[in-house]
Design a binder for this molecule. Structure first.
Ligand code: ATP
Ligand code: MG
Length: 139
C-alpha cells in the first residue's frame, strides 16, 4: 500500500545557483508539506552510502564527487501518493527528457547535475528519510 511520505534532496548544483527557494515553493504549491529539512554538507562516505545501489555503476565516483561538491538540502515530504506524484513533479533523470515545467526541466543542466533527488519507492523513501533524519525530527 502506498504511504504518504517521500524523501528528496535539493542537490548542490541547484543550491549553488540560488534555486533553493523557488524549488521549495514549487514543491509546496504542488501540495506537499515539508516534514523535515536541513542544509548540510555530505562527506564521501555519506553520499556513497546514500547511493550504495549505484556503487558498481561507471558514474558512481562522479556522482559522489558531485553530491559532495557543496551544500545540499535533504527533506521529508508528505502528500497523498507522495512518491509517484513527486517523481512526476521533478521530471526525468536526464533533464533533456524532463517534461516542460518540471523541476529538472526548469533547473537542471545535465544528467549528472540534475538539481533534485526523489525516492523511487515507499520502501526507499522510508530508508532514505531515516538515513538523514531521526524519527523525532520527522514530526
Ligand atoms: P535520483 O536517485 O537522484 O533521484 P533518479 O532516481 O532519477 O535520480 P537514478 O537511476 O537513481 O536516477 O540515478 C541516481 C543519480 O545518478 C541520478 O540522479 C544521476 O545524477 C546519476 N546518474 C544516473 N544515471 C546516470 C548516467 N547514465 N550517467 C551519469 N549519471 C547518472
Ligand atoms: Mg534514484
Amino acid at each position: 500500500m502506498a504511504t504518504n511520505i517521500t524523501f528528496t534532496i535539493i542537490k548542490p548544483d541547484a543550491i549553488a545557483k540560488g534555486h533553493t527557494g523557488k524549488i521549495i515553493d514549487q514543491i509546496i504549491q504542488a501540495g506537499f508539506t515539508v516534514k523535515a529539512a536541513k542544509l548540510t554538507y555530505l562527506d564521501a562516505r555519506t553520499a556513497g552510502g546514500f547511493y550504495d545501489i549505484h556503487r558498481a555503476r561507471p558514474f558512481f565516483n562522479d556522482l559522489v564527487s558531485f553530491m559532495t561538491s557543496g551544500p545540499c538540502m535533504p527533506m521529508v515530504l508528505e502528500k497523498e501518493n507522495a512518491v509517484a506524484d513527486f517523481r512526476i513533479l521533478i521530471g526525468a533523470t536526464n533533464p533533456k527528457d524532463a517534461a516542460v515545467g518540471t523541476i529538472r526541466n526548469l533547473y537542471a543542466d545535465s544528467i549528472d547535475a540534475n538539481a533534485i533527488h526523489g525516492s523511487d519507492s515507499d520502501e526507499n523513501a522510508a530508508r532514505e528519510a531515516s538515513y538523514f533524519f531521526s524519527a523525532v525530527e520527522i514530526f
